[in-house]
Design a binder for this molecule. Sequence first.
Ligand code: 4AD
Ligand code: MG
Length: 455
Amino acid sequence: MERVLIKDALLSNVPLEQIRIAGWIRTRRDAKGFSFLELNDGSCLSNIQCIVDEGTTAHKALLSANTGAGLILSGSLVPSPGKGQRWEIRVRDLELLGVADPETYPLQKKRHSDEFLRSIAHLRVRTNKYGAAMRVRSEAAFAIHQWLREHSFYYVHTPILTGSDCEGAGEMFRVSTDGGQNSSSDDSFFGKTCHLTVSGQLEAEALALALGRVYTFGPTFRAENSNTARHAAEFWMVEPEMAFADLRDDMHLAEDLLKGVMRSLLERSSDDLALFDRFVQPNLLKKLEDWSGSRSFVHLPYGECIEILKNCSVKFEHPVSYGIDLQTEHERFLAEVYCSFPVIITDYPRAIKPFYMRDNDDGLTVAAMDILVPGIGEIVGGSQREERLGRLEAKMDEMGMMPERYWWYSDLRRFGSVPHAGFGLGFERLLMLLTGIANIRDVLPFPRTPGNLDF
Ligand code: 4AD
Ligand code: MG
């Protein structure tokens, strides 16, 4: 008999004389005459209740089966007389596949702290919260692909090993074959210095300037030594890039994509999101409904933000003046207090943004946009790209870059250059938004942060 997933068993419309399922014991209760098992197979948040009569061979097989044990069983799916569930399984045959010693298995029934669970990342996904987080992660990735595909974006793959520094922030991991012996000069494998990519944007631009609309969705690496709840050394980024588009198109695309993904998750992951709404972030569902509704994200040019910050009554740790890079405290004030809604900040001073952003006519600012959301801060960073060769070369010079290294990037402006724009959406930050989970370490299955490379 074929095995059925618990999520499908629970959706059955009719009782089933024969059913075969497998899973791990979440709880076991022994009563007079029978044992109750709450079984979970990871296919959904819900467990299925299984009843094993005492004196049967199935019950004998259960002898050493405690919380965490893996087993496979068959029996019949019958209406449950108990509260809280529609169906239960009366077990006929049961095979214990793997026991979990209650003396040493760390996931016993009590509640564990997030910190403790991080130290057992290989097991924490067996809990309701982390299982739900990983299912939401999967659904969100799928929703992004689906949304972009429906909007005629081609999924492209940009290199992970790279010779360029897209963001110019120097926060790159070096890749070498020399075991770190040769710290200054180029590695012999490529004949030049190789890094892990901080963004697939530059290559995505080349592809967009042929395919029109593309996106990358892959792992990204940053050696930022910032131990915050929002930074990881390895994270995933979605980077759409559009030809024949300006900043306005870019902002619309980002807002529509975010809203589309929120709505899709409200539909497809309602059980898992309800868990987060109940135990992690009160009113999460209402927040997602609001943010994905018809109200547009707030738009604020950087200059206006500075005025707002200067004139508000809050005393910031980092002083505010035109030209500063907005700090977390500023971003949070703007998104959480001033707007209480997602906000798109545009037209940052050119001096604090990377070389590829398009100069505005004022000579001071660039066509940049960041989306900030309450509770997280920056979730999207994007811009219209500088498509004018002369301006681009001047900027590279000005920023002390080596233009000859970016010859191919300049070529894109030399041959058939057109206005184009794109952005990067931090996938983990999106998951923090979708689940209410406050620490990026808890939406990554095996987080990499300064000092952490376990698992
Ligand atoms: O703003 P960033 O640095 O933009 C870029 O990399 C552009 N090249 C993207 C583009 O235009 N194609 O990064 C984009 C987003 C941020 O808004 C943030 O959500 C996320 O990536 N991000 C991080 N997420 C987790 N950990 C980190 N260390 C992150 N750094 C950036
Ligand atoms: Mg940014």
